[in-house]
Design a protein around this ligand. Structure first.
Ligand code: B4P
Length: 193
């Protein structure tokens, strides 16, 4: 199935990156994670990576202008022309507006916004567990709690924006990874996707 355009939204640790990898295969679309793109730049010490490294380590959002430019370039790559799954973008109202502009310039529209929900205690536990395995700079307890508050302040309001457009499907992110995937696929199927 090509041509599907999805967004994944949810608090840090809700399982966005985890589900994005599976859903990309299910719907035969590329998963585009702004977090992964930034981390790759940090790792490779590119000019962008040097600019965003400290911001990410503090659990703050990268400035909209940088983030929007990266996504616009990525959406114009050949594999994303007919469909995509954006994981972790948009995260601010400015990013919503910019994505609208990018899509309408290409005569395209979103099919759905998948909201993955999860309790704070559960996501903090997951991220601390990941910290033991991957050692991400932003997976310390203080930074995780700060990322939660940044999410609540800047990203949670976007849910109302997309709900008003009739695009949001809400899925419980608790339980096994396969169970969460099955819930998402069922919720999208109910929307004819
Ligand atoms: P992200 O990479 O998007 O980080 P995240 O919100 O923590 O989600 P992630 O996808 O990694 O974790 P997941 O929930 O899948 O962003 C990192 C940073 O990049 C941001 O803080 C910001 O600085 C910057 N950034 C990214 N996008 C930006 C934007 N648009 N604008 C500005 N700045 C931006 O998984 C977490 C853990 O839970 C994993 O270890 C996973 O294995 C585990 N897990 C997942 N599902 C599970 C399940 N069902 N059961 C048990 N464990 C599970």
């Amino acid at each position: 199935m090509t041509g599907t355009r999805l967004l994944l939204i949810g608090p840090p640790g809700a399982g966005k990156g985890t589900q994005a990898a599976v859903l990309a295969q299910t719907y035969a679309i590329p998963a585009i994670s702004t977090g992964d793109i930034f981390r790759a730049n940090v790792k490779n010490e590119t000019p962008l990576g040097l600019e965003v490294k400290a911001i990410m380590a503090r659990g703050e959002y990268v400035p909209d202008s940088l983030t929007n430019a990266i996504v616009e370039d990525r959406l114009h790559e050949a594999d994303a022309v007919s469909g995509f799954l954006l994981d972790g973008y948009p995260r601010t109202i400015d990013q919503v507006n910019e994505l609208d502009r990018m899509l309408s310039a290409d005569g395209k529209a979103l099919d759905a916004v998948v909201l993955i929900t999860a309790d704070t205690d559960v996501v903090v536990g997951r991220l601390l567990k990941r910290a033991e395995i991957e050692g991400r700079a932003d997976d310390t307890e203080d930074v995780i709690r700060h990322r939660m508050s940044v999410y609540e302040e800047q990203t949670a309001p976007l849910i109302d924006t997309y709900t008003a457009r009739g695009l949001v499907v809400t899925v419980d992110g608790l339980g096994a990874v396969e169970d969460v995937t099955a819930r998402i696929v069922a919720a999208l199927a109910a929307k004819g996707i």
